[in-house]
Design a binder for this molecule. Structure first.
Ligand SMILES: CC(C)(COP(=O)(O)OP(=O)(O)OC[C@H]1O[C@@H](n2cnc3c(N)ncnc32)[C@H](O)[C@@H]1OP(=O)(O)O)[C@@H](O)C(=O)NCCC(=O)NCCS
Length: 393
């Protein structure tokens, strides 16, 4: 008897669709590796810019290579004037993720490398995207408040410059460092939905910007990039709540989820959550306001115990559990938290787009073309009888 393998409508869980040399997750043991390096080592010793170089080029840069890469990023920060002029006409209440997604093809329009299909040209486009997505987010936040966008400061490093362009004042170096670590931790995560969307689009030989626009769209969904903002919503709901254990129980009894917990791949604590928890505590201490950190730590402890008592021993904090509190301490508004994810993940998206386009991990590029099982009407090979409009009941 033939047994049927039912793989459809399972979100491709467990299906390996490609080879990749970019990142690796060991979900059982809570390990995340970029190009061979443990995320914990990179978070302590590297920077977002160096990590972006690593992801794009496959190896760590030497001093000269890093300085050159950084200089290219700094040079690419300014947005084309027509984009700034255009943003000023967009509705103030627009969702920042829609603004970001709409800006990506606009950035394509002036990219001199758009029709150059070489790897070098794609590397240069990646640099422009990594430099400019933060500029779009910062400019939009200012424009929607009726403020003028702030030109980039070439003296400031990547993360510090973003905070400067967002807030209009130079951030303290510790705060900028924590943001840099946050960006590094979110820079790549294997074949997540948005990365797969990027790769699928460019497998048609569409340009890098078309792939990135798809990635931003995929990230905007609440099951992907939107979870950190929902953790912040949960924190607001819980302000003043005295019975946290009762709240957790009631929520789970109702079948509701605790945001920022559980993961499709990690069956233990997400390694990024461990680092972000420390960042949340550190920023809280610096600001003399540890309330969010303390509340989240309490919920974590209570929820993990409660899950265990219900036989669910693998539901632990994921990257989103503490990242919202870190962004909040950095003065980043809740609706910019998913765009923050995008300005970090752009490094991974571009690395994956290049790997896909140039078949850097497999024999040759291949257009993604899966199949679906047809379960609709079928009247045999001659087709159903077509009734002209006038004769239909
Ligand atoms: C991320 C997520 C979708 C991964 O889930 P998954 O591994 O695919 O597993 P499922 O969604 O099938 O959940 C498995 C079981 O655990 C439960 N579960 C998983 N995460 C949960 C959470 N955060 N709160 C409560 N229950 C949870 C599910 O209800 C399900 O229970 P059931 O078997 O009784 O129906 C899920 O953990 C979740 O929704 N988390 C909250 C949202 C979030 O933080 N997303 C960001 C991910 S980085």
């Amino acid at each position: 008897m033939q047994t049927e393998t039912r793989i459809k409508n399972t979100g491709l869980r467990g299906i390996t669709v490609a080879d990749s040399k970019i990142s690796f997750i060991d979900g059982e043991n809570g390990i995340l590796i970029y190009r061979g390096y443990r995320i914990e080592d990179l978070a302590v010793q590297s920077s977002f810019v160096e990590t972006a170089y690593l992801l794009l080029n496959g190896s760590l840069p030497d001093k000269e290579e890093l300085a050159g890469f950084d200089a290219e990023l700094v040079k690419a920060r300014a947005l084309p004037d027509f984009i700034l002029a255009s943003l000023k006409h967009w509705p103030q209440q627009a969702d920042p993720m829609d603004v970001l997604q709409a800006s990506v093809p606009m950035l394509a329009m002036t990219d001199p490398d758009l029709h150059d299909e070489s790897r070098e040209a794609n590397g240069r486009m990646a640099i422009r995207l990594i430099a400019r997505l933060p500029a779009v987010v910062a400019a939009w936040h200012r424009i929607r408040q009726g403020l003028e966008p702030i030109p980039a400061d070439p003296q400031l490093p990547h993360a510090a410059n973003f905070l400067y362009q967002l807030h209009g004042s130079k951030p303290n170096p510790e705060a900028a460092h924590e943001l840099d670590v946050c960006l590094l931790l979110h820079a790549d995560h294997t074949f997540n939905a948005s990365t797969f969307a990027c790769r699928e689009v460019v497998s048609t030989r569409a340009h890098m910007y078309a792939g990135v626009a798809a990635g931003v769209g995929a990230l905007s969904g609440s099951l992907h990039g939107g979870a950190n903002a929902r953790v912040v919503k949960m924190i607001h709901e819980l302000e003043g709540e005295t019975d946290l254990a009762g709240w957790v129980k009631a929520r789970l009894d109702k079948g509701d989820r605790i945001m920022g917990m559980g993961h499709a791949v990690y069956k233990t604590t997400d390694p990024r959550a461990i680092i972000l928890k420390k960042a949340s505590e550190k920023l809280g201490k610096q600001a003399g306001n540890e309330s969010w950190y303390k509340l989240l730590s309490q919920i974590e402890e209570i929820a993990v115990k409660e899950f265990e008592s219900r036989g669910k021993t693998t539901i632990k904090p994921n990257v989103d559990f503490y990242s919202g509190s870190v962004y909040h301490m950095l003065g980043i508004p809740t609706d910019l938290m998913t765009p923050m994810f995008a300005i970090a993940r752009i490094a991974g998206w571009c690395a994956h787009i290049i790997e896909e386009k140039f078949a850097e991990a497999q024999g040759k590029p291949a257009l993604y073309r899966p199949e679906a099982e047809y379960v609709g009407d079928y009247c045999g090979p001659i087709g159903c009888e077509y009734h002209p409009l006038d004769s239909r009941q």
